[in-house]
Design a protein around this ligand. Structure first.
Ligand SMILES: Nc1ncnc2c1ncn2[C@@H]1O[C@H](COP(=O)(O)OP(=O)(O)O)[C@@H](O)[C@H]1O
Length: 190
């Protein structure tokens, strides 16, 4: 069983790469962003609660996010492994994930970061905002706020996983296929 965390700033291409990797390695893809958006679209209590944070470009509170993620893992007991995309995003989430997996006799195998420059990513998100319909992609101020959230709360996770010898990084600039190949190279050498 392998459990991979796909790590990277907003717009780094985690969702795009996850689509390829989940097929290639038979992993269950769990994207917290996608799950929140599904709940917002369907006006569930979770979606309504999360929307106020997401629309501002703030992180959703840990308790809500952690419970949601654990429910999704529990819904897939037969899974051969998970690809976590957009989770964990805070140290509290990383700790909760480690404890939760340990309670099932499992652990994170590796965290792989997609690296890219902020200015390239902001441009990508504004482009995506033209077609995605995502309110958080259409306003440069909200996008900048997401980067601030990333720098303050998510970037420290790199050290968290480095200390566990589980951190790998690949260059996130290139064609989709090139980047999939870089990620596959890491996974196959684990
Ligand atoms: N693990 C998480 N913890 C808190 N908030 C989250 C988490 N994952 C997603 N979100 C919320 O959903 C939004 C969109 O997530 P995602 O689609 O992964 O975004 P991005 O394109 O910014 O990487 C985030 O800006 C945040 O508000």
């Amino acid at each position: 069983m392998i459990n991979i965390v796909l790590f990277g700033k907003p717009g780094a291409g985690k969702g795009t790469q996850a689509e390829f990797l989940k097929e290639k390695y038979n992993l269950t893809h769990l994207s917290t962003g996608d799950i929140f958006r599904f709940n917002m679209k369907n006006n569930t209590p979770l979606g309504i609660e999360a929307k106020q944070y997401i629309d501002r470009g703030d992180l959703v509170p840990d308790s809500l996010t952690i419970n949601m993620l654990q429910d999704e893992v529990d819904k897939n007991p037969e899974s051969a492994g998970f690809l976590f995309d957009g989770f964990p995003r805070t140290l509290a989430q990383a700790d909760a994930l480690d404890q939760f997996l340990a309670s099932k006799g499992q652990s994170i195998t590796a965290t792989i970061a997609l690296e890219a420059d902020d200015e390239i990513l902001v441009k990508r998100l504004l482009e995506r905002g033209k077609t995605s319909g995502r309110a958080d992609d259409q306003d440069e101020e909200k996008i900048r706020n997401r980067y601030q959230e990333y720098n303050e709360k998510t970037a420290p996770l790199m050290d968290y996983y480095k200390q566990q010898n589980k951190f790998y990084a690949v260059d996130g600039i290139g064609t989709i296929a090139e980047i999939t190949a870089r990620l596959s190279n890491v996974i196959e050498n684990l």
